[in-house]
Design a protein around this ligand. Structure first.
Ligand code: PMP
Length: 427
């Protein structure tokens, strides 16, 4: 087994990047700080395998945080992006491709009668929240502890102590005022949501990851999503599904198809960008028409609907529409999750491996958590050891105890077997 640390060239690159890039990385989790190490710098990827600057190869379960349903350097995406790059990379003006991509998304996610593209999930979530407030004339939003919806001020909020207090900023630089209107409740706790609606008349929307994917993987409790639908409807608030991870993954039509709950607003990204920067949000025509230029809710973007991202998106969506891979991938993921459970059990390691569609979580605790508070410090400590063990044996797993693992169509049975062998030598 090679050393369980980033290689010498990665280390040199980190020294160099720290000199010019804040913290050496462009997104905090990439720094591997929580794993107690320094980051690996990547050079290339093909299928399910990534290669770092030291020439080390890893079977990848991070898959750009779930963006790569068809694996790295997918030939069809590469062809589409390359062809478009010769025709221009950005016009900052309307192109037919945006309409084609939107039409295909709507076929898969019919609750999105009208759509608007952005360049990231953050922007899409931020815009959808603004739209929900504009549509309802109310200010307060509910989010769930451990769900992530990007880094807009109003969403970087942690719970206050009980319903009596306001949410508090979870980042420096976010004014109390921006956090004031955000109520943070425990995931899967419908009673807390009911109480919030009893207490506050000004709730514009409830935002939720329908399957939480930013605190490992935590599925919704039976009936939770439907109850959110009932409560929002009854209280004239909008239900917002953040399907940035679950979209096109837990079913071709996302979590809303899988759990048969139709939200008002949906936020998506990742998979449909095929690895290029893309976010999108959508909802009923009567709500989406409130967006500028037709309506009073402002939202914009120089690179929104970017031609390269649209080319990649078309390539991905065409395949999902003609030969949806989700069911087969789900079956493979379920088998792999079962094999992981068996491997841990055989070593006497207490672990749970919840899987939904082709996303799964690895928790080093006997019971899978139902919300953020149930994730144990023991899990966090054990995950760190697991991470470096896997890195050392050529498997790239998320560099955080709170992230999801993803299977792509590119992972082969032989690769999965190799990963199981690495797991069998853990602990
Ligand atoms: N929502 C969810 C559910 C996400 O997982 C993420 C990113 N991990 C975002 C929103 C934000 O997307 P982005 O990083 O593209 O801004």
């Amino acid at each position: 087994m090679r050393s369980a640390a980033a290689g010498p060239i990665s280390a040199q690159e980190f020294t160099r990047s720290r000199d010019v890039i804040a913290g050496g990385v462009n997104s905090p989790v990439r720094a591997f700080k929580a794993m107690g190490g320094t980051p690996i710098f990547f050079k290339k990827g093909k299928g399910a395998v990534v290669t770092d600057v030291d020439g080390r190869r890893y079977i990848d379960f991070c898959m750009s945080w779930g963006a790569l349903l068809f694996g790295h350097a997918d030939p069809a995406v590469a062809r589409a992006v390359s062809a478009q790059s010769k025709l221009g990379t950005s016009f900052g003006a309307a192109t037919p491709q945006e309409t084609r991509v939107a039409e295909k998304i709507r076929r898969l996610v019919p609750s999105c009668e009208r759509l608007r593209f952005t360049s990231s999930g953050t922007e899409a979530a931020m815009s959808a929240i603004r739209l929900a407030r504009g549509a309802t004339g109310k200010a307060r939003i509910i989010k769930f502890e451990g769900c992530y919806h990007g880094h807009a001020d109003a969403l970087l909020v942690k719970a206050g102590s009980g319903l009596a207090t306001f949410g508090h900023p979870s980042s420096a630089g976010v004014p109390e005022l921006a956090a004031r209107h955000t109520l943070v409740l425990p995931f899967n706790d419908i009673t807390a949501v009911r109480r919030a609606f009893d207490r506050y008349a000004d709730i514009a929307c409830v935002a939720v990851e329908p399957v939480a994917g930013n605190m490992g993987v935590i599925p919704p409790a039976p009936g939770f999503l439907q109850e959110l639908r009932n409560l929002t409807q009854r209280n004239k608030a909008l239900l917002l599904f953040d399907e940035v991870i679950t979209g096109f993954r837990v079913a071709a039509g996302g979590a809303q198809e899988r759990f048969k709950v139709r939200p008002d607003l949906t936020v998506m990204g990742k998979i449909i960008g095929g690895g290029l920067p893309m976010g999108v949000f959508g909802g009923p025509e009567k709500v989406m028409r409130l967006l500028a230029p037709d309506g009073p809710v402002y939202q914009a973007g120089t690179l929104s609907g970017n031609p390269l991202a649209m080319a990649a998106g078309l390539s991905v969506l065409d395949r999902i529409l003609t030969a949806p891979p989700q069911k087969k991938l789900e079956a493979r993921t379920a088998r792999f999750a079962a094999a992981l459970r068996a491997a841990f059990a055989k070593k006497g390691i207490q672990a749970s491996v919840p899987a939904v569609g082709s996303m799964f979580g690895v928790f080093f605790q006997p019971q899978a958590p139902a919300n953020f508070a149930e994730i144990t410090p023991e899990h966090v400590a054990a995950y760190k050891k697991f991470f470096w063990h896997m890195i050392g044996s050529g498997v790239y797993v998320p560099p955080s105890a709170y992230e999801a693992f993803f299977l792509s169509t590119a992972h082969t049975d032989a690769q999965l077997e190799k990963v199981l062998q690495s797991v069998r030598s853990f602990g």
